[in-house]
Design a protein around this ligand. Structure first.
Ligand code: GTP
Ligand code: MG
Length: 455
């Protein structure tokens, strides 16, 4: 793997930190840090998505300087193709099937496993001898179809795109003037997996095939449609940069002296910066992943605190009950059954307290505590678990959209943990774990981040 040495060293440090600081905490909740380690694997990734026939494969061929991907009008390619360089000179296997790719633990594609055979047969890794691929891998994707035809794929295309967007360091969203209005679904799919507060700078918007616009008015119309849709989706007033590109060799222009705008060279240069974007992507992903975990622990803490408040109430009742049982229990028993002969209070009054006078009062206290224990176990505890599951969203404060967004991703996992390990969650000191997580984010990770960004 060709990668900047200092980036490599930082990634190693991050992995070490995650394994030493976070793994023990995750394991306490029967969770694994494997998901956090995925973006650290392999090499920088550039993901190209967009409408069918928007020119994705043509652009890739031009970046690589060779014809590796099939191109053509109408939906041409229904495969996800990961393009990388052969690892060694005699690297025989030029194409690796999807089922092997998703099972290779050295690669970051294991999250695609749940999509099953219908995806694996449309996924492959291709080894291409292009020097460009020494520094990063490119993922060519099948074109986005209309939502009706999408249903025939046999796997959830948008979810796959979302997973790939999560692990990619650069995402190129490519549209052509004819379909500039169909960006919505694609954007939603990738947005749902990207961090809420960041990630936007990882996306490059491209309006390709602009040579097919007949005139400037036509181009402005397509550009306007794309921008309108973008602003609708991002909710931002500022429009992100949109690269206006076309392929010289495919264009309708016969000579090179035409004055039509073309930012394809700039886009190609931008693609080469993917390795530099890798570290910030990794930091973002770790930050997001750990904050998701932290929010779960917060929920467990509320779950425990609420139960403890109820327990305290019960304990107070217990103390009062014990007091009454100790001093008056034997008197009442004596009134009904004549036993014990001399209740403790009477013995104390006559100044002759014997050890046997304490038997009944102590038995009274034990009875009170047994009753309360049974009440907690049979009634209070199951009711608390049931109520917490029914009011899951009240376990954490959802005061910002960022927290809301994180919560949406971990809610099911919290439900599962409370259902499966409620007792151990009630016994654990979550605030100590929260402090450790906070220290990891604010000290360890921040320090490393600042150090790498100084260089
Ligand atoms: N005029 C013009 N045609 C282009 C341009 N780029 C690609 N084409 C043509 O458009 C068609 C589609 O290009 P592809 O590169 O196959 O598009 P794609 O996005 O990979 O399509 P799918 O893989 O089917 O989703 C091909 O016939 C290309 O020759 C361009 O910039 N201008
Ligand atoms: Mg293609």
């Amino acid at each position: 793997m060709q990668q900047n040495n200092s980036t490599d060293a930082t990634i190693k440090k991050l992995e070490k930190l995650l394994r030493s600081r976070m793994r023990p905490l995750y394991e306490r909740y029967n969770q694994s840090i494997d998901g956090l380690l995925i973006p650290l694997k392999w090499k920088p990734l550039v993901l190209i998505i967009g409408n069918y026939s928007s020119g994705k494969s043509t652009f890739i061929n031009e970046v690589l300087g060779m014809d590796v991907q099939r191109t053509g009008q109408a939906p041409t390619d229904d495969c996800f193709t990961i393009l990388t360089i052969p690892e060694a000179e005699n690297d025989e296997k030029k194409k690796i099937p999807g089922s092997t790719v998703v099972n290779d633990e050295r690669l970051p594609f294991t999250p695609l496993k749940p999509f099953g055979e219908s995806l694996f047969s449309h996924l492959r890794l291709k080894k291409v001898n292009s020097p460009v691929l020494e520094h990063f891998a490119i993922i060519d994707t099948p074109g986005m179809l209309d939502s009706v035809t999408e249903k025939d794929r046999g796997y959830n295309y948008l979810k796959v795109v979302g997973e790939l967007a999560r692990i990619s360091d650069m995402i190129i969203l490519m549209f052509d003037p004819h379909k500039a209005g169909t960006i919505k679904e694609t954007y939603k799919a990738i947005r749902s997996t990207l961090p809420d507060t960041a990630g936007e700078d990882r996306i490059f918007y491209v309006l390709n095939r602009i040579d097919e616009c007949d005139n400037v008015a036509d181009l402005v119309k397509s550009y306007g449609t794309l921008c309108w849709n973008l602003s609708q989706m991002t909710g931002r007033k500022d429009i992100p940069r949109v690269f206006l590109t076309y392929s010289e060799s495919e264009s309708r222009f016969s000579n090179e002296n035409n004055s039509w705008v073309n930012e394809q060279e700039e886009l190609k240069q931008a693609v080469h910066t993917a390795p530099q974007m890798r570290l910030s992507h990794i930091f973002e992903e770790i930050d997001r992943g750990v904050r998701e975990f932290s929010l779960q622990v917060e929920a467990f803490e509320t779950f425990r605190n609420r139960f403890n408040t109820k327990l305290k109430g019960i304990f107070r009742v217990g103390v009062l009950g014990s007091f009454l049982a100790f001093f008056f229990g034997d008197i009442i028993l004596n009134m009904f059954s004549g036993i014990p002969e001399t209740p403790l209070a009477l013995a104390a009054f006559s100044g002759s307290v014997q050890l046997e006078n304490l038997y009944f009062p102590l038995a009274g206290i034990t009875c009170v505590f047994i009753i309360l224990f049974l009440y907690v176990q049979q009634f209070l505890y199951p009711r608390h678990v049931k109520k917490s599951l029914a009011e899951l969203d009240t376990l954490v404060e959802l005061d910002t959209t960022h927290r809301n967004d994180l919560w949406g991703r971990v809610r099911d996992s919290v439900r599962e943990s409370i259902t499966e390990q409620a007792k151990s969650l009630l016994m654990r000191n979550h605030s100590r774990i929260l402090k450790k997580i906070n220290k990891f984010l604010e000290k360890d990770i921040r320090r490393l981040f600042e150090k790498t960004h100084k260089h």
